[in-house]
Design a protein around this ligand. Sequence first.
Ligand code: C2E
Ligand code: MG
Ligand code: MG
Ligand code: MG
Length: 283
Amino acid sequence: QVKRAGKNAFRFFEPSFNTHHRERIALENDLRDALQRKEFELHYQPQVSVSRRQIIGMEALLRWNHPVLGKLTPNSFIEIAEELGLIGEISRWVLEEACTQLVQWRSDGHLEVRMSVNMSALDFDRRDIVSSITDCLQRHALPPARIELEITESLMMNNAAGVAVKVKELRGAGISIAIDDFGTGYSALAYLQSFPVSTLKIDRSFVRALEGPKSNPIISAITGIARGFDLDVVAEGVEQLHQAETLQLLGCDIMQGYHFARPAPAHEALEWLRQPELLFGAH
Ligand code: C2E
Ligand code: MG
Ligand code: MG
Ligand code: MG
């Protein structure tokens, strides 16, 4: 029995845990048709430089407008898509859509903004992953430096050698690579030497733990690593002003989170690009 969610409501739906086998099968079947039915949509969340009061980038976040369940966030369906072998097609759609959107923003004059796209570990199993990404950028005539791919630590640890080659090729083509949820995986820092990544994203669990304008060993350690390897650092999940202030004191200037903006459809993101002051109202 399924309840309708309101038009803009998000439903947290964890099919693998709390729903019956039959609902899971239904969701699988719906997922097989979702691309064709054009049920996917990207929302965008700004990454801002607090000191410069500028938008540095936009992260593309996938949404599934399910005909019955309403708007679903990726945690409720990415894993299923991976298991069903649908993730490749979905990732291709995401990159295509993100590039199309970036071209539009650029035609509105926003030439400096960077688009961040999340990748699945399985994308890196594809032999043609590098060429399919560089082809996509070429077709859209986008400078590679304006695209950042977000990958997780665990992706780099499994099959490290194979992934390293592809990361190097992507970086060689001028594409940026960010490590998402940095610090949450079981990883040896040594991989930073063999993976020429560009950005570390501080996981929001570390940001949530910030209390008052106090030193924080994990955040200081991550910003220190970033400085040492000459990488950018972005804090995720910044929800409160005091967190933003403390992060700045600890050497992190680029932030993303509800304090500045929630992920939103492209037309709203364009308003932020045109008027970034909107994001800094609380300061
Ligand atoms: P992520 O890449 O770490 O993205 C950040 C998540 O945190 C997003 O959840 C975002 O909406 C949420 N968030 C942003 N600011 C705040 C905040 O201040 N507080 C809190 N509590 N949350 C915040 P979302 O959109 O549900 O995405 C979840 C995950 O799904 C992403 O985590 C990413 O790993 C994955 N994902 C999203 N889009 C795609 C995609 O296009 N392809 C693939 N393969 N994975 C995707
Ligand atoms: Mg991400
Ligand atoms: Mg993250
Ligand atoms: Mg995450």
